[in-house]
Design a binder for this molecule. Sequence first.
Ligand SMILES: NC(=O)C1=CN([C@@H]2O[C@H](COP(=O)(O)OP(=O)(O)OC[C@H]3O[C@@H](n4cnc5c(N)ncnc54)[C@H](OP(=O)(O)O)[C@@H]3O)[C@@H](O)[C@H]2O)C=CC1
Ligand SMILES: Nc1nc(=O)c2c([nH]1)NC[C@@H]1CN(c3ccc(C(=O)N[C@@H](CCC(=O)O)C(=O)O)cc3)C=[N+]21
Length: 299
Amino acid sequence: MADVIDGKKVAEEVVGKVKTLSGALHAKGASRPGLAVVIVGEDPASQVYVSSKSRTAKECGFHSVQHTLPADTTEDELLGLIHDMNADHAIHGILVQLPLPSHIDAGKVIQAIAPDKDVDGFHFVNVGKLGAGEMETAFVPCTPAGSMLLIERVRGKDLSGLNAVVVGRSNIVGKPMANLLLAANCTVTVAHSRTKDLPALARTADILVAAVGRPEMVKGDWVKPGATVIDVGINRIPAPDKGPGKSRLVGDVAYEGAAQVAGAITPVPGGVGPMTIAMLMANTVTSAYLAAGLDRPSF
Ligand SMILES: NC(=O)C1=CN([C@@H]2O[C@H](COP(=O)(O)OP(=O)(O)OC[C@H]3O[C@@H](n4cnc5c(N)ncnc54)[C@H](OP(=O)(O)O)[C@@H]3O)[C@@H](O)[C@H]2O)C=CC1
Ligand SMILES: Nc1nc(=O)c2c([nH]1)NC[C@@H]1CN(c3ccc(C(=O)N[C@@H](CCC(=O)O)C(=O)O)cc3)C=[N+]21
C-alpha cells in the first residue's frame, strides 16, 4: 500500500514558517504582509475557499482584506478596485477568485494586477519568469508550487532524470506544474484530451500529476508500481449513500485502486488543496519581504 502524503500536515508546517517570517518582518520595523482577496458573485464553493484563505491569512498575522462584490459588478469597477490596490502600500498580494462572471474578461483582470502583487502567479510577467527559470523574482502559481513541495517530501529535492507525466495543460495547474518539474530536471510529458493511449503513457511516470477535472479518471492500472501520485482534482460528486442530496469530494484519481500500486499518493481532501492555501500565504509573505528590500525567503 502507498504512503499517504499528508498535505494538511505539510501545509500547517508551511503556515507555521510563514507566521515566523511575518513576525520577523514586523520586528524589523517593516509593515506586516497584506493580502486582498476579491470575490465577485455568490458561488458557494468559491466562498468556502475564500473564507478559508482569509482565516489562514489572519492566522499568519497578515493584514487581511476581503472584497465581496455583487455578481453584477462591471469590469470597469473591478479594474478600478485592482488599480487602487496596486497603489496601496499595505497590500502585498492580490487574489481575484476565479471563475469570474461571464460578462467580465478574466484575462484582462488578471493582467491588470501589478506583477509584484500577483501572488496567484497568473500574470504574464510571472508566467514568463517561470518559463525562463527566473525563480528568484517569480511568483509561482500556488497549486503547482504546493504540489512540488509534496513531491520533494517524498522523493527528496533531487528529482533529476525522473519521468514525470502531467495530465492537464491549463494555465493555472498543468503548464506551470510541467515547468516546475522541468526546472527540477525531470523528463516531462504533458498529456491532455487529445493524448493517445493515456493509460500507457501514465504508466511510464515516476511522478504522475492528475489535473484534469474528471472524477476518478486515473485508474490503478495506469500507475507504475512505486510511483508518486499527486491528485490535484477537486470534484464534488453526488453521494446518495450519505443521504439524499448529499455530496462527496473526490480527486481525479481513483484512490483505492491507485493506492494499491503507487509508492506514495495524495488524498482528496487533505492533499493538494490545503497546500494551495499555504502557498498563497508563502507567496504573500515573500512579496512583503521583496517589497521591504529583504532577501527572498525559501520554502
Ligand atoms: N487542489 C487545488 O487547490 C486546485 C484544484 N483544482 C482542480 O484541478 C482540476 C483541474 O483544474 P484546471 O487545470 O483548472 O482544469 P481545466 O478544465 O482548466 O483543465 C483540464 C485539463 O485536463 C484535460 N483533460 C480533460 N479531459 C481529459 C481527458 N479525458 N483526458 C486527458 N486530459 C483531459 C484538458 O485537456 P484540453 O486542454 O485538451 O481541453 C485540460 O488541459 C479540477 O478538478 C480543479 O477543480 C484546480 C485548482 C486548484
Ligand atoms: N484566483 C484563484 N486562485 C486559486 O488558487 C483558486 C481560484 N482562483 N479558484 C478556485 C481554485 C480552487 N482552489 C482551491 C483551494 C483550496 C482547496 C482546499 O483547501 N481543499 C480542501 C477541501 C475543501 C472542501 O472541503 O471543500 C482539501 O482538498 O482538503 C481546494 C481548491 C483554489 N483556486
